[in-house]
Ligand binder design. Structure first.
Ligand code: AQP
Length: 342
């Protein structure tokens, strides 16, 4: 059914901390590529999602502006893409409420992100917002009738839930109103792993700073983190298959491939049989060469927060203009009286 809708891309990132190399390779870099392919692109700093776990107010404001700078420094051009923060477009929260009444508890109970984020903690003490997170995410996407969502592997289950919500809404109300959105999970870096544990996703909220490369890290910090990244004593194998059971080595190979824009096989052809004493410095040089211009540009943009706020405001106006008629029609379908002039 998605083909009945004009192609439109939506994706978002939580300003819940400083962004990481995982966010860059799994999301930002691809967001810029999609924009450059000429598809309509809407990108959102999902601050309503961020507050599902506690955020210091001043830190949230700073992180939101810094994330906006990271988008632009990674090639997202606010003249060609819509770039805004979620809380400035009220329709996200309004549609999310309607979807809370469409989604079933059983569906929410199957969401692995909630389980992961509450693992080892008292789940009873988690916010209701964290539990309902996937329903808000469905609203983010469907508020714009987005047909495709570029995401990392970790978000696949949430996109499936978005499709379930769209299908149930369409079925319950006897309409063909919401598209069945497709995830776009492509490239060598759909899941960048922690530098300290190759079985864990690299994450901005990991308590260990050594586990991730931050987009604000300078060259020395990047090189140091790669040098100290956990590995095993064996040299790199000659083929990709030889990386099975070696998650840390595999992660570094995938990061190299994604940064170089080549296939992981090509990395094996170059470095197969070589030890980490050779591979890690090559990876560090590549990472510094790719990331330094982004960090420099972020710093330049962050020197003028008022300009970032202006860009986000303008993006929110453009997003709102697309969202309003879709939200109004949704409310009409649901049976809500809409008689106010707005
Ligand atoms: N390690 C990763 N590898 C590939 N893609 C990743 N993404 C995040 N981490 C990786 C992708 O970045 C986008 C935005 O994610 P998010 O910030 O909204 O939430 P997240 O996935 O929960 O990211 P974090 O860093 O782990 O945040 P916290 O620690 O706050 O929960 C998504 O497209 C995601 O796939």
């Amino acid at each position: 059914m998605a083909t009945a809708f004009a192609p439109r891309i939506f994706s978002g990132i939580q300003p819940s901390g400083g962004l990481t190399l995982g966010n860059y390779l799994g999301a930002l870099k691809r967001f810029a590529e999609k924009q450059d392919e000429g598809i309509e692109t809407i990108y959102c700093l999902v601050d309503l999602h961020a507050i599902t776990v506690w955020q210091e107010p001043e830190a949230l404001r700073h992180q939101t502006r810094e994330a906006a700078a990271a988008f632009m420094a990674s090639g997202v051009d606010p003249a060609r893409s819509i770039l805004f923060n979620q809380s400035q477009v009220a329709g996200h929260a309004q549609l999310a409420w309607i979807f809370n009444c469409v989604a079933r508890l059983g569906w929410m109970n199957r969401m692995t992100q909630f389980k992961d984020k509450t693992a080892g903690k008292n789940a009873e003490n988690a916010s209701l917002g964290l539990y309902a997170y996937p329903s808000l995410m469905a609203a983010d996407i469907l508020l714009y009738h987005a047909t495709h969502v570029p995401v990392g592997e970790d978000q696949k289950q949430h996109i499936e839930l978005t499709r379930d919500i769209a299908a149930k809404f369409n079925h319950d109300y006897g309409v063909e109103f919401f598209p069945l959105t497709e995830p776009l999970i492509e490239g060598a870096a759909t899941r960048v792993m922690s530098l300290r544990d190759g079985t864990k996703k690299m994450s901005k909220s990991d308590p260990s700073d050594a586990s991730r490369i931050n987009l604000t890290d300078d060259a020395d910090a990047i090189a140091g983190k790669i040098r100290k990244a956990k590995t095993d004593p064996e040299p790199l194998p000659e083929t990709l298959e030889g990386l099975a059971g070696r998650p840390e080595a595999k992660n570094l190979v995938n990061i190299y491939a994604a940064l170089a824009g080549i296939a992981p096989e090509a990395v094996m052809s170059e470095f197969g049989g070589k030890g980490f004493g050779t591979f890690k410095p090559a990876l560090a040089d590549l990472a510094v060469a790719r990331m330094a211009p982004i960090t420099t540009e972020m710093n330049r943009l962050m020197a003028d927060p008022a300009e970032i706020d202006r860009i986000l405001g303008q993006g929110a106006d453009r997003a709102d203009a697309i969202a309003q008629p879709i939200l109004a029609r949704t409310m009409e379908i649901v049976g809500m009286v809409r008689s106010r002039q707005v």
